[in-house]
Design a protein around this ligand. Structure first.
Ligand SMILES: O=C(CO)[C@@H](O)[C@H](O)COP(=O)(O)O
Ligand SMILES: [Co+2]
Length: 217
């Protein structure tokens, strides 16, 4: 089952409630919320108050991608604000296993994100504890960047690891995902597709969402 998670980083921030309504109406599955702190990545976006105010505007589950240093300090705040899934970067966690348990202690889903240069061995021993792995297909920090083709092998390898361990785990891809590469990433094993600029900057959002679903394998 392919799930589509539009990233609100590419939305019109002055009209966020409407933008969220728009993606819900065209049948998107999750709302991907990019949180950046200006330290882990060179950009600053939004925090728990905005997440909380959006929560009343939609029934879509909130997929919160934390691109921040010391994520443990803020996990509780994002849960209170309405996060249903929280992704932390392995590169930002000194005690990754503990952070995953911290997320799960709130009864929500836990995911780990890996930068393009980070090997899969970072998550090898915590795979059983996860609901999802987020493979970054660009370097985190900005929307609108180009997909890194070398990540296809990483997705395939991860799907192989998951199958070998007989786990039921989502693979999310994030960065530069467009209708013309969803066939490749889904064939490689990804099943949760984040798309920011492809969805929000399209002239016909409904047609783009349909095209993404049609092209997914
Ligand atoms: O986490 C990030 C970037 O750091 C992403 O979620 C982007 O916001 C995706 O945007 P596009 O590459 O699809 O425009
Ligand atoms: Co993201």
């Amino acid at each position: 089952m392919i799930k589509l998670a539009p990233s609100i980083l590419a939305a019109d921030f002055a009209n966020l409630a409407n933008e969220v309504k728009r993606v819900e109406e065209v049948g998107c599955d999750l709302l991907h919320i990019d949180v950046m702190d200006g330290h882990f990545v060179p950009n600053i976006t939004l925090g728990p108050p905005i997440v909380q105010s959006l929560k009343e505007k939609t029934k879509m589950p909130f997929d919160v991608h934390l691109m921040i240093e010391n994520p443990d300090q803020y996990i509780g705040d994002f849960v209170k604000a309405g996060a249903d899934i929280i992704s932390v970067h392995s590169e930002a966690c000194r005690h990754l296993h503990r952070t995953i348990q911290h997320i799960k202690s709130y009864g929500i889903k836990a995911a780990v994100a890996l930068n393009p240069a980070t090997p899969l061995t970072d998550i090898e021993y915590v795979l059983e504890d996860l609901d999802m792995v987020l493979i970054m297909t660009v370097n985190p920090g900005f929307g609108g960047q180009s997909f890194i083709p070398g990540m296809l092998n990483k997705i395939k390898e991860l799907r192989g690891m998951i199958n070998k361990k007989k786990l039921d785990l989502d693979i999310q891809v994030d960065g530069g995902i467009k209708p013309d590469n969803v066939g490749l990433v889904t064939e490689a094993g990804a099943n949760v597709l984040v798309a920011g600029s492809a969805v929000f900057n399209s002239v016909d959002m409904e047609a783009t969402v349909k095209e993404i679903r049609r092209n997914a394998k």
